[in-house]
Design a protein around this ligand. Structure first.
Ligand SMILES: [Fe+2]
Ligand SMILES: [Fe+2]
Length: 174
């Protein structure tokens, strides 16, 4: 009996080791790391656009910059809701702030006034939307989760419109 006890414990430990991970295992993820990164970056981008656009609505008197800002605020307010509910349905954490570099960009541009502000805000939005369009196109081409790819497909024409408005705003504020 004394000799059998350690063996019995060893068997119990083995059963526990096998049983615990099986009981706690989650179904495999339906999205890739790149899908998750795309969705999170897109939500952070929406928060960046909304904050920057609302600031512009209060501070600019330039018609082209205001036209861009109005469209940016209304479209990104809608896309952040859609992207956040998609993230929640997939179990992906919803970011609550823009990226550190976006926060820095907003800080720099909102420190400017008048012509300098109009020029650099429009310029930032051109550069930002070129990058957003690239990331969105990459997700459409290479994404693995159908719902996240659909989200990217819906966003693309909106981002392209924002790029045209940003280029128009920059052309009026050279
Ligand atoms: Fe953006
Ligand atoms: Fe945008």
């Amino acid at each position: 009996m004394k000799r059998l006890l350690p063996l019995a414990f060893a068997c119990l430990a083995l059963v526990a080791a096998i049983a615990v991970p099986t009981a706690g295992a989650k179904p495999s993820k339906s999205y890739s790391a790149a899908d998750e990164q795309y969705l999170k970056t897109s939500i952070q981008g929406d928060l960046f656009e909304i904050t920057g656009g609302k600031w512009a609505q209060k501070h600019t008197k330039n018609a082209a910059v205001l036209r861009m800002a109005n469209r940016i605020v209304s479209d990104h307010t809608k896309s952040v809701k859609d992207a956040a509910s998609l993230a929640r349905s997939l179990g992906i954490d919803v970011p609550s702030t823009p990226t550190p570099s976006e926060v820095w960009e907003l800080k720099v541009v909102t420190g400017l006034r008048g012509r300098a502000y109009n020029h650099w805000y429009a310029s930032l939005e051109v550069y930002d939307h070129v990058q957003d369009i690239q990331e969105t196109t990459d997700e459409i081409n290479d994404g693995t989760n159908p719902k996240i790819r659909d989200n990217a497909r819906t966003d693309l024409p909106v981002l392209q419109l924002h790029l045209r408005l940003a280029r128009a705003a920059l052309a009026e504020n050279p």
